[in-house]
Design a binder for this molecule. Structure first.
Ligand code: ARG
Length: 596
């Protein structure tokens, strides 16, 4: 299944060049799918821009291209609308042919539903999750983890080489009190560093902090630990390592549960590079000393009073900053990993940090023109009443607890329906657990990813677990239901012969078929714009088109349709819908269930 906008774009480009020669070279045909079917299914909007360049009327330019473009195997004759839009309406026959060409069985470990990979893969470094190891991973890192995972999945699907970098905060003065606290509570840590086990990192941190504030001797020892750590004292380093290892193990319990893969590469990894970063920026005149600190000043960055805003890369006490590490990491990703696209999935409050980081990297020439630097910022997750998301007791909500609660709630819903004689399916307790795990984690992810990234959203259990609407339970149910239709109809979807034609006749069939054909474009768009909710919107649109198709009154007969050729055609549409839902959910990081 190939992208229709690319196909039409290619043909329109050819026609533009045939009509206007060199002047049309490099002009984007601006093809997109339309929202309103009265403008056709796809629209090309290049004519206004090209007309300006040529000094002609847009409608004339559009007409000249329409005359040259050959799309008769795909569309009705194109129409010109408004100031010079060209509308394309895919014929049902062409839509059916394209769908029929999709391989009938999964093509790849992940079923690609016939969608090809990008012919020109990039090396991409995506900075995601990245909690601070001194504390338990909390709900604030949920978004970075699941948004990062979704974007990485989409880019991997497109064929890019993706480094999923977990830039964990494993360095800094707060580790002094942690180290001292580990020494006191786990005196044998050095004998057996692997087995340092801390049930609750958050409580551990809070207690270390309390001691630091209350006990001057503890505070002195903690400060000394910082100095020793920075000085590379082997014993101190070993304690620090043991602690970071344990903290990372806590993180990975959650990553595993959420089915998220990351490469851990903490801030400390770059320690050896920091002095060089400062040295080079200083030598080349990009950094200057100000009140004893080394600072980079960048055009366009001022505070409210209009004073220049420094990016401090070495503090007056000689210590390095978050920004210094990020500069080193950026360089490393480009020079050592060979990445040409650096993405950072980090909350919007850090926007200015990344703006300055990118400006400094450009200025120093560390990121050349061919390198993309993007901060994929996201809003906050708020409570259902719109306040900061807090636990009932007031503290931050641990990610672990949140996931547990989601799964528990999903489990209750399943249990309740098993107790209802009308709904019972006789699931074993193991099956109920497995379903609850998929539904619970899927619900949290889907709900998060279905919001536009830039805005805050309110966390709401009832909505995210609802069986109705744009939610994971609904999509999962729709998928399982379609799979069961195949079983009820007595066919194995995968065994329907590939040459079985897909015939789109009824309005609801045509609509479903055309919606299915949008999938490659939707994935491209999500990849281009780094927007997971492009996928969720599409899945919702697809499930609505499917419901209409399968509707007893407004739709068509499926399982008992006749003749057999029509029945098989419709069953193939069911199968393609299920496979598209599965792929879409997979790209969101959500597994599917064959039965629900
Ligand atoms: N550890 C940071 C935090 O929790 C996020 C790091 C984001 N990544 C980066 N390269 N700065 O706020």
């Amino acid at each position: 299944m190939q992208s229709i906008t690319r196909e039409l774009g290619r043909r329109v480009t050819e026609a533009m060049i045939a009509g206007f020669g060199d002047q049309a070279v490099g002009v984007d045909p601006l093809l997109k799918s339309t929202q309103d079917p009265s403008f056709g299914d796809y629209q090309a909007n290049f004519a206004m821009g090209l007309a300006k360049r040529l000094g002609r009327r847009p409608r004339d330019v559009a007409a000249a291209v329409v005359e040259k473009v050959d799309v008769s195997d795909l569309c009705d004759p194109p129409e010109i609308a408004g100031p010079g839009f060209i509308n394309f309406t895919i014929t049902p026959a062409a839509a059916g042919r394209r769908l029929q060409a999709v391989p009938p069985t999964a093509d790849g470990v992940t079923d690609r539903v016939g969608i090809a990979q990008s012919p020109s893969p990039d090396v991409i470094a995506i900075d995601m999750s990245s909690p601070n190891l001194a504390k338990e991973m909390h709900v604030g890192h949920l978004r970075s983890t699941i948004i990062g995972d979704c974007i990485a999945r989409v880019l991997e699907f497109e064929g890019h080489v993706v480094h999923r970098i977990n830039h964990v905060g494993d360095w800094g003065t707060q580790f002094g009190m942690i180290i001292e606290h580990v020494r006191r509570t786990h005196p044998h840590v050095l004998d057996d560093p692997e087995h340092l086990q801390l049930g609750d990192l958050e409580a551990f941190y809070v207690e270390a902090r309390r001691q630091f504030d209350a006990d001057p001797r503890f505070a002195d020892a903690a400060r000394k630990a910082v100095v020793d750590l920075q000085g590379g004292d082997p014993e101190t380093l070993a304690v620090w390592k043991a602690f970071c290892g344990e903290s990372l193990r806590h993180c990975h319990v959650i990553y595993d549960r959420l089915d998220v893969r990351v490469e851990d590469r903490g801030e400390s990894f770059y320690n050896d590079m920091l002095a060089g970063v400062v040295q080079e920026l200083g030598d080349r005149g990009f950094a200057e000393e100000s009140d004893g600190a080394m600072c980079v000043f960048l055009d366009g960055f001022t505070n409210k009073q209009g004073d220049r805003l420094p990016m401090i890369i070495r503090k007056s006490d000689g210590g390095y900053n978050y920004a210094t590490t990020d500069l080193a990491a950026l360089r490393h990703r480009i020079s050592a990993l060979g990445a040409t696209r650096l993405l950072y999935v980090v909350g919007i409050p850090q926007k200015q940090h990344f703006d300055m980081l990118f400006a400094a990297a450009r200025k120093a020439g560390w990121a050349g023109e061919g390198v993309e630097l993007t901060h994929i910022g996201f809003g906050s997750m708020l409570s259902s009443t719109g306040k900061m998301f807090k636990a009932r007791e007031g503290g931050t909500v641990k990610l672990r607890d949140l996931v547990d609660e989601a799964v528990e709630r999903a489990h209750k819903v399943i249990e309740a329906s098993e107790q209802d004689p009308d709904k019972r399916r006789g699931l074993s307790s193991g099956q109920m657990r497995a379903i609850a795990e998929t539904v619970g984690t899927g619900a949290v992810k889907y709900f998060d990813l279905s919001h536009s990234l830039g805005s805050d959203y309110r966390f709401d259990w009832d909505t995210m677990l609802s069986m109705d609407g744009n939610t994971a339970p609904y999509m999962l149910y729709a998928y399982a239901r379609i799979r069961s239709i195949g079983r009820e109809a007595g066919v194995d979807y995968a065994a329907i012969p590939a040459e079985t034609p897909i015939v789109l006749e009824h309005d609801c069939e045509i609509r479903l078929g055309k919606t299915l054909l949008k999938l490659p474009d939707v994935i491209d768009q999500a990849a281009r714009e780094y927007r997971p909710n492009v996928l969720t919107d599409y899945l919702f649109e697809l499930s609505k088109a499917y419901n209409l198709f399968y509707d007893r009154k407004r739709g068509v007969r499926v399982k008992d349709a006749s003749p057999e050729s029509v029945r098989l055609s419709r069953l193939r549409l069911c199968d393609l819908t299920a496979r598209s839902l599965k792929l879409g959910l997979h790209l969101l990081g959500i597994g599917t269930l064959e039965q629900m």
